[in-house]
Design a protein. Structure first.
Length: 160
């Protein structure tokens, strides 16, 4: 009998895992859609930063106190510029924000391949659980900030 109950629990557990995978994939797709929608909804600030203020957020205190860009400076502006296919303007605003928008679009396309068929995207979910992925995200964000700081210190036009 023990073998029989294990057999019936096996398919049910597999179905439950599949449902959780689909839900997780849908959540990731919803986050990616949110990134793209924010970019579409906002008008890029011509200064190259400050677009987040359209969401009711205050100006950046780091920037106000130091005169230098904060680690996320220009991120929302980059999303808004990418939504308008302004790659150069987006990169000038925030290299990390530019990459985030491109990744969000990639995730949405992959989601259109998996979710309508009731399947989760195992590879994408495994990637998001990977320490290497998060190390790369941190490296891109630090590199983006270093780029913005260097450009601001050098006084390059269009960079802050």
């Amino acid at each position: 009998m023990a073998g029989n109950s294990a057999w019936t629990a096996g398919p049910a557990a597999a179905l439950d895992r599949a449902r959780r995978e689909v839900l997780r994939s849908a959540l990731v797709a919803a986050c990616a859609a949110g990134i793209v929608l924010v970019g579409l909804a906002l008008k890029p600030d011509p200064r190259g930063f400050g677009t987040h203020e359209q969401l009711g957020l205050p100006p950046c205190m780091f920037c106000l106190l130091t005169g230098l860009p904060c680690p996320t400076c220009g991120f929302t502006t980059a999303l808004a510029r990418m939504a308008r296919l302004d790659l150069a303007g987006a990169f000038a605003a925030s290299p990390a924000g530019t990459l985030a928008f491109l990744c969000a679009c990639f995730v949405l396309v992959r989601s259109l391949l998996f979710l309508p068929r009731g399947r989760g995207d195992r590879r994408l979910l495994a990637c998001l659980r990977s320490g290497r992925f998060w190390a790369a995200v941190i490296a891109v964000c630090v590199g983006s900030w270093a780029f913005k700081l260097a450009a601001a210190v050098a006084g390059l036009q269009g960079f802050r």
